[in-house]
Design a protein around this ligand. Structure first.
Ligand SMILES: Nc1ncnc2c1ncn2[C@@H]1O[C@H](COP(=O)(O)OP(=O)(O)OP(=O)(O)O)[C@@H](O)[C@H]1O
Length: 250
């Protein structure tokens, strides 16, 4: 594996009840790339992200994350250092103040005692406050998380990632539940932070417009296969039209 490749996948195959979701996918991703996964519904974007997150074990093929095999990635502490995940549904604990959700990014580093103590006296508060400042929520640290808007909650999830500091961020439709203005705001912050932290980002997106604007590379999936894999600026209207064309019924 070339040392500049942080992810390398060879012939990944995943099936669910005999139905192929990913069909012999091979690709590599370099450190610092910002990759958007696009493609029609059911193309395999979420399955691929969950495989990269080592949540789904491939039926066939091999996967290396920063030189580590799928098996070596099962160590929880190691996994948290390498990979951070952000989803459409934020994965926050609504009833807790914002700062506790941000500090959840540290849980894999902390002992059980420190984690429990932090629920009463937030530990490493300055770290969390700095992260909240960077996502523009410095004044919201003590608010109950459920009182925040959807866009603000997704920014809390970004602050949690800043505290976790993984090398790779996997994002599954991170802005699907937000209105267009908030969606763009969250994507702009996410890609700016990833750039500043020199992280690698892989995001599934339904918006081709945002994929072209905020990402360096676009991998298009269709029927569990790579349909095209191009620098974002080279993706043409014709490529997109044929990717999303509805299949004729036979
Ligand atoms: N847990 C599962 N059990 C059975 N089939 C599944 C499961 N997860 C995904 N699939 C199937 O695998 C295929 C790929 O699904 P996946 O969710 O990865 O697509 P997607 O590109 O993320 O779609 P969307 O854009 O609608 O989220 C689909 O045919 C889906 O029905």
């Amino acid at each position: 594996m070339a040392s500049s490749n942080i992810i390398e996948a060879k012939n990944l195959k995943i099936q669910f009840q005999g139905k192929i979701a990913l069909s012999s996918l091979s690709f590599s991703i370099k450190k610092g790339e910002k990759v958007a996964l696009i493609g029609p519904s059911g193309a395999g974007k979420t399955t691929l992200l969950n495989t990269l997150a080592t949540i789904i074990k491939p039926d066939e093929g091999e996967l290396w994350i920063d030189q580590l095999s799928f098996k070596e990635m099962q160590n929880r502490k190691m996994l948290a250092k390498k990979l951070g995940m952000i989803r459409q549904q934020f994965d926050l604990v609504d009833q807790l103040p914002v700062i506790h959700n941000v500090l959840a990014g540290k849980l894999s580093d902390w002992s059980l005692f420190k984690s429990l103590l932090s629920l009463i006296y937030p530990q490493e508060k300055i770290l969390a406050m700095n992260a909240l400042e960077r996502v523009g929520l410095g004044d919201k640290w003590s608010e109950k998380t459920s009182n925040l808007s959807g866009g603000e909650q997704q920014r809390v999830a970004l602050a949690r990632l800043l505290v976790q500091k993984p090398e790779i961020i996997l994002a599954d439709e991170p802005v699907a539940s937000l209105d267009p203005a908030r969606a763009e705001d969250v994507l702009a912050i996410l890609t700016k932070l990833v750039h500043e932290e020199k992280q690698t980002l892989i995001t599934s997106l339904h918006s081709v417009e945002y994929a072209k604007k905020y990402f360096t590379r676009i991998i298009a999936l269709r029927d569990g296969m790579i349909y095209f894999d191009l620098p974002a600026h080279e993706v043409s209207a014709k490529d997109l039209a044929s990717l999303y064309v509805l299949k004729e019924k036979v």
